[in-house]
Design a protein around this ligand. Structure first.
Ligand code: ARG
Ligand code: GLU
Length: 718
């Protein structure tokens, strides 16, 4: 009540701006439905999420746990991004069957290719279990005490349900642990590759265009869920049949126009929208630049080898794309945080926060506490950044030593039986690892990244055995001596008696160096880091609660945590800089403008050139006769939203989310409605590629194509 008089002024600055927010599907009715309707939506909240009847959520899956996909036919056909299916496409590719380069289209269900390990998981129900989970938690408790009460409560809650192996229940914290939700899920483990365009469409523009608008990528691929004979979830089996879903999404042929309502429904991975200014400053000035520098060096080396040799390119393609993707995002993020003055804005907010806290006589002094903790933690967290990026990730041999350590520890602690089990798993993992590995490339990365660490870290954080040594010499010695640089050598070692194998591992100088470094981190970095981190986390939990209490006029949405969310906005262009406005739609003409014959990023296939010349677009062109490729919206998305459906006001599919614009990549930390845009492939381009480019009409025939804007369906699209 007492805040009502300041409402109008504050609304302007504090209200999550239209477009901002990753909302919980079961709360749409209470929080969002009226705003969504005012923006043009014709659906009701329960058409989007309902437990009792089929709703849009029944067509959405978490794809492998890292991307989103949607069901687009009554036979379980799944649409997701090309880059989400990339690893699987790569695993089916060889120099002879180069599906990455040439694309792949199964002619019938028998040709649809299985992908061990890949799953599609639906959400059946979301329930608020905060009362159960927070029962017995009191304000006076230490963070550790609190966590142990919560853990017990979660265990008790879960124990009320008996689940078979395909049904899962997860309880997850929201709003930094101030709320807990339970997710009931069902998982299908037989997900097969149905079709993919060649990289010259699915990855057109590759890394140069990644995170950038204007964009012309047909970033999609098709999979299919298979279920057991009675449509039940099942592991991969020859007896499985295409899955019949509760809901599949109709696809609109009418397309979009600037200003149209759009909604994106999927599994955003992680955002940090409620951090204090000092945390944002550290990301921008320390953490992002450190990680960027390490990856920069690793990527340059990989790139050099990949450009020289097609088989190396195939081996490293997926790995390279993943590393490059975050690398480029961090560059955009650090830039964007600076150019939008994110730290300054957070500081202004913090001043208002402190003012209100003083007035409320509660939550004062949080910001100075954050400042002290983050400052104290800076050194340790930077060391960890270098460590996690260099030996723990991009120098693959050193990373592998971590897996070997698990084997050694299993043998020494649990004995031979467990050792043998572990060895089998490790062998399978290593066999795959070496398929996409070159010791020469890795050695060069070793030399370069070790030098970066030496240049940036205090001596006490580097392995003493490397002191004063040239990394070139050291690289020759370690890679020359190690029995683990290839599968041939490794399998010989793993084939020996357990004791012999363990002795060989422990005598490998590469292993010894990795362990030395590990111990430095374990003993001299982690304890301090974790102590600070625990305090920061519990302070963040209080700060979150305080923000929600002291700013009752503001609508809060929880940070992304890989759970199902709805975000909505409009088809909208933006102004990236003075005097420049970016239109929200790109066309096939733009693909031809970017065409560079023979280029590894911008080549275009003859077939596509021909279709463009003939304007042979079937029913997929827009009113002016041009073929749309990608479009922009003001939907608030992040990594994990890849493959999420872009949905129109009526619940039809209009596109497929796959990226964000360069100027807005900082939206995970500081959303700015004026420049944050998500990038989607237009559904009509997807259909055009399947139909006209690939001739895969059997797939089009499965789908339901509609004209929501009233244009009469001429005849069934052939
Ligand atoms: N930037 C998009 C995402 O974050 C697309 C990444 C795939 N494309 C690529 N060139 N690596 O996942
Ligand atoms: N490409 C991202 C993904 O794989 C989505 C883009 C983003 O981060 O917004 O999920």
């Amino acid at each position: 009540m007492r805040l009502i008089y300041i409402l109008p002024a504050l609304l302007l600055t504090l209200q999550a701006s239209a477009g901002e927010g990753m909302w919980l599907p079961h709360l749409l009715k209470a929080l969002n439905e009226s705003e969504m309707k005012s923006m043009g939506m014709k659906l009701k909240a329960e058409d989007i999420y309902s437990v009792n009847k089929g709703s849009l959520k029944d067509a959405i899956v978490h794809f492998g746990g890292f991307c989103t996909a949607e069901v687009i036919s009554s036979q379980g056909l799944l649409l997701t991004n090309h880059h989400c299916g990339y690893d699987n496409i790569q695993s089916h590719s060889s120099l002879e069957k180069n599906y990455l380069r040439d694309g792949y289209w199964a002619k019938n269900t028998t040709e649809e290719l299985t992908n061990p390990g890949l799953f599609a998981r639906f959400i059946e129900e979301i329930a608020d279990v905060s009362t159960d989970v927070l029962k017995g938690v009191t304000p006076g408790m230490s963070a550790a005490e609190k966590q142990s009460v919560i853990d017990i409560n979660i265990r008790n809650y879960k124990s009320k349900f008996t689940l078979d192996k395909f049904h899962e229940l997860e309880v997850r914290p929201f709003f930094a642990g101030n709320q807990y939700l339970a997710f009931f899920m069902v998982r299908y483990n037989d997900v097969r590759l149905v079709g993919t365009p060649p990289e010259s469409i699915g990855k057109f523009g590759a890394d140069t265009d990644n995170w950038v608008w204007p964009r012309h990528t047909g970033d999609f691929s098709l999979f299919r869920i298979y279920a057991g004979p009675n449509n039940e979830p099942a592991d991969i089996s020859e007896n499985n049949k295409p899955f019949t879903p509760k809901h599949s999404m109709p696809i609109s042929l009418d397309g979009i126009q600037e200003g149209d309502f759009t909604m994106v429904f999927g599994f955003p991975g992680r955002t940090d929208e409620y951090l204090p200014s000092i945390a944002v400053d550290q990301i921008m000035t320390h953490s992002d630049p450190a990680k960027i520098a390490v990856r920069d060096a690793a990527l340059n080396i990989m790139n050099k080898y990949m450009r020289n040799d097609e088989s190396t390119r195939l081996k490293y393609a997926s790995k390279y794309a993943t590393i490059a993707n975050s690398w480029k995002k961090w560059i955009g993020e650090a830039k964007g945080l600076k150019s939008t003055n994110a730290v300054g804005k957070k500081k202004t907010f913090e001043a208002e926060f402190e003012k209100r806290a003083m007035k409320a006589k509660q939550y004062t002094g949080l910001i100075p506490q954050f400042n002290a903790l983050y400052t104290a933690n800076l050194e340790a967290s930077l060391v960890r950044d270098y460590f996690s990026e260099a030996p723990n990730r991009n120098i693959e041999m050193l990373r592998l030593m971590g897996s070997l350590r698990n084997l050694v520890q299993t043998y020494e602690k649990s004995g031979e039986k467990d050792y043998l089990k572990m060895k089998d798993r490790l062998s399978a993992f290593m066999q795959e690892f070496y398929q996409d590995f070159s010791a020469d490339i890795d050695k060069e990365i070793f030399v370069s990244l070790m030098q970066i660490c030496r240049d940036n870290l205090a001596k006490k954080y580097m392995p003493a055995s490397t002191e004063g040594k040239s990394f070139e010499v050291l690289g020759d010695v370690l890679y020359g001596a190690s029995p683990f640089t290839s599968w041939e050598k490794s399998s010989a070692v793993l084939g020996k008696s357990p004791q012999e194998c363990i002795d060989i591992i422990k005598n490998d100088p590469m292993y010894q160096m990795a362990m030395e470094w590990n111990e430095i981190i374990r003993l001299n970095v982690n304890p301090e880091f974790e102590k600070n981190r625990r305090q920061i986390d519990s302070l963040q939990s209080i700060y979150m609660k305080a923000q929600m209490e002291l700013f009752p006029e503001k609508k809060f949405y929880p940070d992304a945590n890989s759970t199902l969310r709805v975000t909505y906005g409009k088809v909208q262009g933006y102004k990236p800089k003075d005097a420049v406005y970016y239109n929200p739609v790109t066309y096939l003409d733009g693909v031809m403008e970017k065409y560079v014959p023979g280029d590894y990023e911008f080549d275009v296939s003859q077939k596509l050139i021909q279709l463009h010349e003939d304007k042979d677009y079937g029913p997929y062109a827009d009113k002016t006769g041009k073929l749309p490729v990608c479009f922009l919206g003001s939907n608030h998305t992040t990594g994990g939203n890849s493959g999420s459906p872009a949905i129109d006001a009526h619940g039809n599919l209009i596109g497929l989310n796959f990226d964000r614009v360069w100027e807005g990549t900082m939206s995970d930390i500081n959303y700015d409605a004026s420049i944050c845009r998500n990038i989607m492939v237009d559904a009509r381009y997807v259909l055009f590629v399947i139909d006209k480019f690939a001739g895969a009409k059997r797939l089009i025939d499965e789908m339901k194509l509609v004209h929501p804007k009233g244009k009469k369906m001429k005849k069934k699209v052939k």
